[in-house]
Every structure is written in structure tokens, then in C-alpha cells.
Design a protein around this ligand. Structure first.
Ligand code: AMP
Length: 445
């Protein structure tokens, strides 16, 4: 019951209007300490109800003394990685604040700068922003953050992955008079996140709510081996025609592959939408809106573009390519099986996806179900021999390759480098007799 929280009656009314009956675990854990004014560091996935977990206490604070304080600037800032997430968050603010006079504004890239400056002159109570564009406004003198009382860093791990570390540092230092900072991340993050936490949070309470193991509770995870991208395209087509689902997302690692697959599906008379970062903002918004409304059951997307999307009835995720890290996999799959609904996640695995896939299995401490579609059985069925780690055996890496790999992966945390992945023992076992994966907890960061 939301009435267990000491929330303003106008907020409780909005919650009731939205038919939220029970708070989710992240809301139960985060709302009380946030209402007390504590700094929080929360590890929770998209889909867990984390937005309401920070918005309700934030709105409660603004309602508490909205009339008593004469203010001239933005009172709270929600910083997040992408436009799509920003738009969704604005919608949530509007839903929760429907019985109040609180106003929110959006400042993200890809939108008209002057219009945003005009919006900032009206001093919204809550500003929802992506770091790059917000900095441009700060540099142009369109706003001051000196009166920010609450700073929320949402999907902080993702912002760091996207290279926003310095921007975030500058922005947080501009919010010099803030009384509370709430930091949310989908993953435990790494060293850079820890350093940022040490800088921006004051004696934070750490709430960990996203055990990756939870993923398997509602989502069945399968792999299907494939010979090459053309074979994968036929598998996607088969799955979209034969699976039962309300909405499906097909994730590819590159924009080129997204376009290719989309072209293939359209040529076969499938109605699908496309989402990747080469599309302009208008097209992206239109694709998301129409997908949401059910204009098509299928969305083909890259990770970056689909980040933070919250789509109802999404029950099928197909990984055309294996995502490059365990975290990314969790983000993709976390979109299905929300709020206890069943979901199905299928990864298509060519020989060059295999080792990534086995790293992700180890990261999640799960073994994906192996599935074969009889009509489309290819010649590749996984490596002949696998190590106890699950990786392909007998493919020796050159020293120079290793170095290159290390450099490349430094830009983005990869499943391979996660501390959770136990070191591969050298013993070889056949694929059928694959050693059971150790159920070792990922090392606490
Ligand atoms: P989030 O993790 O914040 O992206 O939320 C995922 C979805 O769950 C959003 O559509 C929210 O509106 C919805 N939601 C959040 N909290 C609740 C709740 N307590 N009951 C029902 N739906 C909720």
C-alpha cells in the first residue's frame, strides 16, 4: 500500500489514479530513506519501478515548501543518459504531479536550443536533462543550478559508459547547494562509478535491488545457433511468424545490421519499426510512439537507441547479435517479463558470438536453454569442444590480439572482464558434457 509512505495526499491521489496498488521492492526500499532526505545509491534495473522510487520523494519535497520559498531557479535536476529515457521520465513526472502545480521541463540534444532556453526562463521546478545539452545551456548562461535542492543521477552507469564522466562532474559541482543526491544505476558499475559515488554522494545508503538472477524468474532465455547473418535473418523471420507474442524487439549490434534486417523484413511484408542513433529525433520518437501504440508488433533496434525504453506488453526479445557485455544483455532482456509477466529472450549465436554468449552465461550464472528449429537447422551447432568455462576450445589468441582486445574493451565494461567471471580452468569437456557452471555470486563492487 502506498499509504504506508508519508507522502503528500495529492501524490497518493495520483498513485491511486494510476492504479498502482502495491509499491515495487525498489519503491519499498528507497522511498522512506529518500523522504528522510538521505543520499541514496540504488542498484536497480529499468522496469523495477525505480523512476517512481525517486520521483515521489522528490515531488513530496517540492510540495512541502513550494509556497513558502521564493525561488528564481530550477529546484531539482534529473540527469540521465538518453532523450528517450528523458521523455519517459517527463511523462512519469506529469502523471505523478497531475494534482499539483509542479512544472517540469526537458533539455536534451536534438531539440531546438532557443526553445529550450525559453523554457528555462520559465523556471521549471524539475529539470530533466541529458548531460551534453545541459552543459551547453550552462555555458550559454541559460540557467543556473545554484538553487537545485535535489539532484538525481539516473542510469549513472550508462552515462559513464557513454563518456559523460567529466560533464557529470561539472554539472554536479554546479549544484553546489543541493541537499540530497540520489544515484541510480542498473549495474554495480566499476571503478569509475565508485569514484563518482565517492565524489557526489554524502554518506549514502546503498540499496541493491537488481540481482541479475532475478532475470530468469520471469524470462525464459534460449540460444539458437546460426551459420551466418543470412541464416540469422531466416531464423528471425521464422520466430516472428511462429512465436506467440504481443510485442517483440530484435536487437542488433550495428546500425547497418538494423537497416539490413529491417529491409529484409519489409521485403517479406512484415510491418516493423526501426530505431537507431542515425535516425533523427522525430523519426525515433515516431517509431517509439507507434510501436507503443501497437502500430506494429516488431521493433528492430540498436542498444543505444533503445536504452531506457519502457514498452508495455513486450514479451519477446531476439538478440540478432550477442550483446558485447553482460550488462548490455541484462538491459536488453530486462525489458521482457516485467512486473511478473512471462518473457522470452532468444539469442542467435554464430561461431563469433559463442564466447561472448558463454561469458554472459557465466556472468548471469545461468545456462541458456539450447533450442533447435528443425526446419532451419544449420551446420554450426556450437564449437566441437568447449573448455570448462564454456568457451570454445582450441582457438589460441595471438599475444598482439589480446593487447588489442584489452584496449578496446577498456572503453566499455565487457562481460569478459567482469570480476564475476571465474577464471577458465584448462580442462576440456565436450559440449554435451559441459561442466555445470559455478553459481558463484559476482564479486561485490
Ligand atoms: P521504471 O522502472 O521506473 O521504468 O518503471 C517501469 C514501469 O512500471 C512504468 O511504466 C511505471 O509506470 C510502472 N510502475 C512503477 N511502479 C509501479 C507500481 N508500484 N505498480 C504498478 N506499476 C508501476
Amino acid at each position: 500500500m502506498f499509504s504506508q509512505f508519508a507522502l503528500h495526499e495529492r501524490l497518493l491521489k495520483a498513485v491511486a489514479e494510476l492504479n498502482f496498488t502495491e509499491p515495487t521492492p525498489v519503491q519499498v526500499a528507497a522511498i522512506p530513506p529518500a523522504l528522510e532526505g538521505r543520499d541514496l545509491r540504488v542498484t536497480a534495473q529499468t522496469g523495477s519501478g525505480k523512476t517512481a522510487a525517486f520521483l515521489l520523494p522528490l515531488l513530496n519535497r517540492l510540495l512541502g515548501d513550494a509556497n513558502s520559498k521564493k525561488r528564481t531557479d530550477v529546484r531539482s535536476l534529473i540527469l540521465l543518459p538518453t532523450r528517450e529515457l528523458a521523455q519517459q521520465t517527463l511523462k512519469e513526472v506529469e502523471r505523478f504531479s497531475q494534482f499539483t502545480f509542479i512544472k517540469a521541463g526537458l533539455v536534451t540534444g536534438g531539440e531546438d536550443f532557443k526553445e529550450q532556453a525559453a523554457l528555462l526562463r520559465k523556471q521549471p521546478d524539475i529539470l530533466i536533462a541529458t548531460p551534453g545539452r545541459l552543459l551547453e545551456h550552462l555555458n550559454a548562461g541559460s540557467l543556473s543550478l545554484k538553487e537545485v535542492e535535489v539532484l538525481v543521477l539516473d542510469e549513472a552507469d550508462r552515462m559513464l559508459d557513454m563518456g559523460f564522466a567529466e560533464d557529470i562532474e561539472r554539472i554536479t559541482s554546479e549544484c553546489a547547494n543541493r541537499q540530497q543526491t540520489l544515484l541510480f544505476s542498473a549495474t554495480g558499475g566499476g571503478k569509475v562509478l565508485r569514484e563518482m559515488i565517492a565524489k557526489v554522494l554524502r554518506e549514502p545508503t546503498h540499496l541493491k535491488l537488481n540481482s541479475v538472477d532475478q532475470l530468469s524468474e520471469t524470462t525464459v532465455q534460449q540460444i539458437i545457433t546460426a551459420d551466418d547473418p543470412v541464416h540469422k535473418e531466416r531464423l528471425v523471420q521464422w520466430l516472428l511468424s511462429n512465436e506467440t507474442y504481443r510485442k517483440a524487439i530484435v536487437f542488433c549490434n550495428t546500425r547497418t545490421q538494423v537497416d539490413r534486417l529491417y529491409g529484409h523484413l519489409v521485403a517479406l511484408d512484415y510491418k516493423a519499426f526501426v530505431l537507431h542513433s542515425d535516425k533523427d529525433q522525430k523519426d525515433r520518437k515516431q517509431a517509439i510512439d507507434r510501436f507503443r501504440q501497437g502500430g506494429s508488433k516488431v521493433l528492430v533496434a540498436t542498444d543505444v537507441a533503445a536504452r531506457g525504453l519502457d514498452i508495455e506488453d513486450l514479451d519477446l526479445v531476439i538478440n540478432f547479435d550477442m550483446p558485447r557485455s553482460g550488462d548490455e544483455y541484462v538491459h536488453r532482456i530486462g525489458r521482457t517479463g516485467r512486473a511478473g509477466a512471462d518473457g522470452l529472450a532468444i539469442s542467435l549465436i554464430c561461431h563469433n558470438d559463442w564466447n561472448l554468449m558463454s561469458s554472459v552465461e557465466r556472468y548471469l550464472k545461468q545456462r541458456f536453454e539450447r533450442r533447435v528449429i528443425k526446419e532451419l537447422k544449420g551446420s554450426y551447432q556450437g564449437p566441437k569442444n568447449v573448455k570448462a568455462s564454456g568457451k570454445a576450445a582450441g582457438v589460441k589468441k595471438k599475444k598482439s590480439d589480446k593487447k588489442d582486445g584489452a584496449k578496446k574493451s577498456a572503453a566499455k565494461p565487457s562481460a569478459k572482464r567482469r570480476p564475476s567471471a571465474p577464471k577458465a580452468p584448462s580442462a576440456l569437456v565436450s559440449q554435451d558434457g559441459m561442466a555445470p557452471l559455478k553459481r558463484k555470486k559476482p564479486a561485490a563492487e
